[in-house]
Design a protein around this ligand. Structure first.
Ligand SMILES: [Zn+2]
Length: 500
């Protein structure tokens, strides 16, 4: 019999093959979203299907299981990173293996179809068209939860855990209750106040200048162009291939400069996270951000806590005015107030920093009710409108701008939304701790991101997937999720902005 360490090498090379296939899929995905020719799309989608099948086959192969079993039997002797690599791969293996392959295939086909129907239903604002598909998706997911054997607590926990390991309804209820008690009243109070002068937001800004400025601002916040690039896509996103190649996209609209600027800063925050993952993890399945929530915390910290602060713009506002002379008619103070305007709206992706998490709360309430059995698919439109009115004081005039607005449910993404709001809460919590060590705004006013990036690398980024989200949070800030930091941050900021 071979010495067991040789199995470790075998495991590493097998995971590297899985990773290579996954990176190949990601590259095709990147290409399809950043300007690949229209006529070739069908072939590329087919390639994605084939490569996806191959990577799953390798990941769930009997050989993989055998290697994992041997290494699990020697876990005491494994280096910490190797141990985490084995553990993470086992989790992924189990996730795939517990669901009967035929049912899973049918489910994927159902989602593909549901996605198309959703588009149609959204265009026609006809929920009844989409409802039968959504019903089947929810049914399939309810079955998967049973197969995966995690029925002992709240069934929704299984789905939450897929995007944010360790997250539960119990913890999220505390989080969202805090928002309900403290942020909902704040939003309602601000509705009665007048809005600051912000006509610059609707001015036209040349696309070419926007592109140049995007490159400038990405570099300014510390995005490494030697390990990345910026392209354009309809919806901005970040795509990482380990720490040495992390790409972002943004988008440009002539009459919406802020959309480009804040998309670039947001994606830049995601990308800096992945670029600062330890080089020791490159080439393993651990070389990426640990969870959706922690990832969002990094993008939102850059976008909101840094990017929408006065300190951030102080050193570069004159330069920004050089890029965009229209802004010369507006003071820094006016600019700051304009980029922080808050106003309840119907659409989540257009929501501002203060109201955003309340949009997520609507979805959380509904998803939780669906998986506990407290409501059914046909109840969703009415519940949606009721919650929107309660939290934001607005009621959608039709389902297209209401319950049908997001693509996620048609793709089976339940349990995913809360991570967006969690990201905001984590960000404030990290920010609070960072400020105990040095004044973040002082650094921003100097235009120097060195200390900030170092702190983030040391406490969050370097670990990749070797630590769970809650471990990172507790080790960095000394406590688990504490929504008070987020509530305090919002109260302080918006009370001052709106003279409450
Ligand atoms: Zn994001």
């Amino acid at each position: 019999m071979k010495p067991w360490v040789q199995y470790l090498d075998e495991f590493k090379s097998l995971s590297e093959r899985v990773l290579s296939l996954e990176y190949a899929q990601a590259l095709i995905h990147w290409d399809m979203n950043t300007g690949a020719p229209k006529k070739g799309m069908g072939d590329k989608a087919k390639m994605l299907g084939t490569l996806g099948g191959e990577s799953v086959k390798l990941l769930t192969s009997p050989k993989m299981n055998e290697l994992l079993e041997i290494l699990e039997a020697h876990k005491e002797s494994l280096e910490p990173n190797d141990y985490q690599h084995v553990k993470h791969t086992r989790k992924r293996y189990d996730q795939m293996m517990k669901i009967p392959p035929k049912e899973y295939e049918e489910y994927l086909a159902l989602c593909a179809e549901a996605n198309q129907v959703w588009e149609e239903a959204k265009t026609e604002s006809n929920f009844n068209l989409f409802a039968p598909y959504l019903k089947k998706i929810v049914e399939a997911l309810r079955n998967f939860i049973v197969y995966r054997g995690s029925q002992e607590d709240h069934p929704y926990n299984t789905l939450l855990d897929d995007y944010e390991e360790g997250m539960t309804v119990e913890k999220l209820d505390i989080f969202f209750n805090t928002l309900r008690e403290r942020i909902v009243p704040l939003v309602h109070k601000i509705r009665e106040k007048s809005q600051p002068e912000c006509s610059f937001l609707a001015e036209k800004y040349p696309i070419l200048k926007q592109k140049e400025f995007s490159d400038f601002i990405a570099k300014y916040i510390g995005y490494d162009f030697d390990a990345g690039m910026i392209k354009e896509s309809m919806h901005p996103f970040t795509l990482g291939f380990g720490p040495n190649d992390v790409r972002i996209t943004t988008h440009y609209h002539e009459n919406n400069l802020m959309s480009a600027i804040f998309s670039t800063i947001h994606e830049g925050g995601h990308a800096i996270y992945e670029q600062q993952v330890s080089q020791n993890l490159a080439g393993t399945l651990l070389a990426e951000g640990t969870s959706m929530g922690i990832h969002e915390s990094q993008s939102r910290m850059f976008e909101n806590l840094f990017g929408r602060s006065l300190a951030f713009w102080k050193p570069i506002y004159a330069k920004t005015q050089e890029y965009f002379p229209t802004l010369s008619n507006f003071t820094l103070e006016q600019f700051y107030k304009g980029i922080n305007i808050t106003k309840p709206s119907l659409i989540r992706i257009e929501a501002d920093e203060l109201t955003y998490s309340l949009h997520v709360m609507v979805r959380y309430d509904l998803e939780k009710a669906l998986f506990s059995g407290a409501c059914e698919v046909e109840d969703l439109p009415e519940l949606w409108n009721k919650k929107m009115e309660e939290y934001l004081g607005v009621t959608p005039e039709n389902d297209s701008v209401g319950v049908l607005q997001d693509v996620h449910w048609g793709s089976g993404l339940f349990g995913y939304f809360p991570s967006y709001a969690l990201g905001n809460a984590y960000a404030s919590q990290f920010f609070n701790t960072m400020n105990k060590e040095f004044s973040v705004f002082d650094e921003l006013e100097k235009g120097d991101f060195t200390k900030i990036k170092e702190w983030l690398k040391k406490h969050i980024h370097q670990f990749g997937k070797t630590k769970k989200p809650e471990e990172i949070l507790i080790e960095a800030t000394g406590e688990g999720l504490n929504p008070n930091h987020f509530a305090e941050y919002l109260e302080k900021k918006f009370t001052s902005l709106y003279n409450l």
